[in-house]
Write a protein that binds this ligand. Structure first.
Ligand SMILES: *[C@@H]1O[C@H](CO)[C@@H](O)[C@H](O)[C@H]1NC(C)=O
Ligand SMILES: *[C@@H]1O[C@H](CO)[C@@H](O)[C@H](O)[C@H]1NC(C)=O
Ligand SMILES: *[C@@H]1O[C@H](CO)[C@@H](O)[C@H](O)[C@H]1NC(C)=O
Ligand SMILES: *[C@@H]1O[C@H](CO)[C@@H](O)[C@H](O)[C@H]1NC(C)=O
Length: 499
């Protein structure tokens, strides 16, 4: 009790002496047990007891207060793409002038400044306008530094969570542009004017700790005077800090880009597997699943319901579509190769595929057997058959002649000759049947080969179509992805880092 009383008495005395000090400006020594610092703090607290901490510390109510503000980024703590929330570790720097506080430095033992908890004095209500935070309080308490000339300097440590529109179109090479909007929540422009601290129109990076997943590209800041409604003069000052930062994509190069390139090359190899091999289908579906897994990996990093599909995802989807198509076409091709057992190739198809397409695709050697015959006559097969027939009968005639010659041979007797002739007749009949069968088989084989050639030509066409689509999409994708990487100016970052 006594202590409280004594403290109160000291305060009163200090206040009175301070008042007299400021009035007379003469020097004096503090009372026993009190330092100059105590005296000054007591004076400040006393003056606030009368004024309350809620009124602006200006002498004339029409005066505008100037508050200087800066943000010093220490760490990018994380970007939550799913919730579109950026978490930053920041030191705010706020400075204003309290007209009600000042003391003569020389008269008060050369005390330059004092530190007191900020709850005891007026503080500007500068808030992050675009906050996205569940916590009620975002900063740690820090003392206010009060200078002898009335300047108050406050540097709270703050973890800000701000909402930020995430653009993942060029993920994982994305550059994010997040804006922190600071301003007084209630005072308007006439009452509180917000300015950049020491004209620093950028985010201070002198204390910045490099992030392993983000690199800072640019940190410009702008001051806006915002008219809130058109009818009244209710306008507020807003400081907008743009933090433009870029994902470090080294990891994603290995888990998203490299597999994608490898899979694309394997897909190209797919076209060199013969169509009738089941391995082709299996490999195709395996690649399809691999792309799907990549798509899932990609999706994990995206905001749900992203308005824009990332380019890389579109590329994966394109590949999946192409592989599905190729599997369809593969079935078609296998079906074509088995066509040979049923029908011959229509002449139009033959002409188109073997004469034009084969030549374009440089597959002449594949279709040579079918093309060289064509110009001779309209029905080469039958001609060929006739010619063969003729030579065959000719041969038969010749063998008959030989037989007759043998018959005429006087050294041979008639009995065995008749038997031999009979056997030869059987043999001839057998040969003829065999020849017919062979002809039939050759014809079928030739037709099957023609169909297969058609199938191979189609396969080759799909290969080129695939190649063209892949190259076209890559030549669009790669520049877009890499352009965002390089297109920024680092001069401001160098200034902000104090280099
Ligand atoms: C406040 O300022 C206005 C205009 O600047 C002036 O007319 C008025 O007298 C001042 N009031 C006081 C109490 O100083
Ligand atoms: C970042 O966004 C702000 C507002 O959203 C815009 O004014 C600014 O130009 C953007 N900066 C860049 C580099 O895109
Ligand atoms: C800030 O800029 C103003 C005018 O542009 C200038 O008068 C003032 O000296 C500058 N302050 C600092 C700390 O550079
Ligand atoms: C707004 O302020 C301007 C001058 O600063 C004044 O001419 C105008 O009448 C004011 N309007 C309202 C609605 O107070």
């Amino acid at each position: 009790m006594a202590g409280v009383k004594r403290a109160f008495r000291y305060c009163l005395v200090a206040f009175l002496s301070a008042v007299t000090l400021s009035k007379r400006g003469s020097s004096s020594t503090p009372r026993a047990g009190l330092s100059y610092e105590d005296t000054i703090i007591n004076k400040v607290l006393e003056s606030y007891k009368m004024r309350t901490i809620y009124s602006r510390p200006v002498l004339n109510v029409t005066d505008s207060m100037t508050v200087q503000f800066a943000v010093q980024l220490t760490q990018i703590m994380g970007l939550n793409e799913q919730d579109q929330v950026l978490t930053l570790n920041i030191w705010d720097q706020i400075r204003w002038r309290d007209d009600q506080i000042s003391w003569d430095r020389r008269a008060n033992g050369d005390v330059k400044d004092v530190r007191i908890p900020c709850e005891n004095i007026w503080t500007p209500d500068i808030k992050l306008h675009n906050y996205a935070d569940l916590r009620l309080k975002e900063h740690r308490d820090a003392l206010c530094i009060i200078s002898h000339d009335g300047e108050v300097y406050h540097v709270p440590q703050v973890v800000y969570r701000s909402s930020c529109l995430i653009d993942v179109y060029v993920f994982p090479f994305d550059v994010q542009n997040c804006t922190l909007k600071f301003g007084s929540w209630t005072y308007n422009y006439d009452q509180l004017d917000l300015q950049f601290y020491e004209n620093k129109s950028w985010i201070d990076l002198t204390e910045y700790i490099e992030s392993s997943s983000w690199s800072v590209n640019n940190v410009p800041a702008y001051r806006h005077v915002k008219q809130y409604t058109s009818t009244s003069n209710w306008s507020r000052v807003e400081l907008q800090y743009h933090l433009i930062f870029q994902r470090r994509s080294a990891l994603y190069n290995y888990i998203l880009i490299l597999p994608c390139i490898l899979l694309t090359t394997i897909t190209l190899v797919l076209f060199f597997i013969p169509p009738e091999s089941p391995a082709k289908m299996q490999l195709g579906l395996a690649i399809f699943i691999a792309f799907f897994v990549l798509l899932r990996l990609l999706e994990k990093n995206l905001p749900p319901g992203a308005s824009q599909m990332p380019l890389l995802g579109t590329y994966y989807c394109l590949n999946m579509i192409l592989i599905t198509l190729s599997s369809f076409l593969n079935v078609l091709i296998v079906d074509l190769t088995t066509h040979g057992q049923r029908t011959t190739t229509p002449p139009k198809i033959r002409k188109f595929f073997f004469n034009y397409l084969a030549r374009c695709l440089r597959m002449n050697d594949l279709v040579k057997p079918f093309v060289t015959v064509t110009p001779k006559s309209r029905t080469p097969k039958e001609d060929l058959g006739k010619i063969e027939e003729k030579t065959w009968t000719h041969e038969v005639d010749r063998s008959n002649e030989a037989l007759f010659a043998l018959q005429r041979d006087p050294t041979q007797c008639a009995g065995p000759m008749a038997e031999i002739e009979h056997k030869l007749g059987e043999l001839r009949e057998f040969m003829r049947q065999q020849k017919v069968r062979l002809d039939e088989r050759d014809k079928k084989e030739s037709i099957a080969k023609q169909w297969k050639a058609v199938a191979l030509i189609l396969d080759r066409i799909f290969f080129f179509v695939y190649l063209i689509i892949i190259f076209a999409s890559l030549s669009y994708t790669l520049p877009v992805l890499t352009w965002s990487n390089t297109n920024y100016n680092t001069s401001l970052v160098r200034i902000a880092r104090g280099i």
